[in-house]
Design a binder for this molecule. Sequence first.
Ligand code: PMP
Length: 444
Amino acid sequence: TPAAPAAGDNRPPSHLFYQARLRRPLASRAEGIYIWDETGRRVIDGSSGAMVVNIGHGNPRVLEAMKRQMEAATFIYRLHFENEPAERLAAALADRCPAGLDRVFFVSGGSEAVESCLKLARQYAVATGQGSRFKVISRFPSYHGSTLGALSVTGHAAFSAPFAPMMHEMPKIPAPTAYLDRDGLDMAARGRRYADMLEDEIRRQGPETVLAFIMEPIGGASTGALVAPDTYYPRIREICDRYGVLLIHDEVMSGAGRTGRYLGGDHWGITPDLVALSKGLGAGYVPLGAMIASEKLVRPVLDAGGFQHGFTYAGNPLASAAGLAVLDEIDAHDLMGNAARMGALLKARLEALKPRFPFIGDVRGKGLLLAVEFVSDPETMATLPRELNAHARVVDLAFERGLIIYSRRTRGGIDGDHFLVCPPMIVTAGEIDEIMAILDDTLL
Ligand code: PMP
């Protein structure tokens, strides 16, 4: 593999701006799990973009479906006509969701999906005479999006601080980082204890003011694929039911099949009141997201005059046709089964690194939503010094060696370094060997 070029050296100044200061190489082509840059260097897309490209790049079925739809009609506004791809995609999603979750509202991304859940929840409360309920409890750390509503429930000060005090600051409880606790309790007891923090918070706020609780069933980038003890999930559902609080699952990263089930919450058989989906739904082919709700929530809102919400591009036929083809591809090749099998293999291989690299404190996640956490001492799980900037360094070193991974420095109340390894659901055992060879070399 030729050495990485000094990115951006020979390019004119860019008019684009993002958060990142670094200039990266130009991408010229992508296929399967690989991306090629302008010099012909090949890099493994080991994080599927930002856990988006679930079925890999350049999928012929999706490209063909998009071409056919583009030739027929790309954009038809939903106030003027209904369109069949959107109808069919809504039905296909309802089929894949727990019984009762069968009303679909399309959007174009994850923040829009979360925003939609918050607004439908609020309108439902108003329409059913519960107008005093407006607080949405969430967890820290967490990430739910960058629009102002989604940001107000995001538990990550760096994202929200610049916008205070105009933000609605919503109450937050700790994410269930049971793996860090040194309290002698078993995992089942820890799971219940973290769930009970929700009940305490509802009581502290006054139940009549609490509208909803939002959480990622399997954490994404903010917590590094955090999975709670099994006892957490049913207890959270019970507490929400007891206090009339709506349960919102943000499945933007954990949904759409990556964990081996269509929704992360399916691993525990939980039916939330609202689901936010995006990322893997359009799988990188189109900007696409969805809110999925029950008729029980939707009906009162429609009867009271309609949902006061919507985005112009939502539910367009091109995005919907691509989304349908993505689902067909997942079914045709049993990619959820592959995600479960390859995820188990990759997780075992990551676990096997522990004895050689004592700074690996934890390996966690489900299916192909996996993370590795760095610590300075695996016994106490103390974090590495912040100045080491280990999470960013490992990303750069892996990139130089031809592998993209995704990292953050956040975990429970204190912060810590982790990176996510989340290749597309088409990944093979041979490709996992390639990923592991590069990771091994990176960690050395
Ligand atoms: N929720 C979660 C759990 C996410 O991971 C993200 C994106 N990282 C979002 C919401 C926001 O999605 P988007 O960037 O598509 O708006």
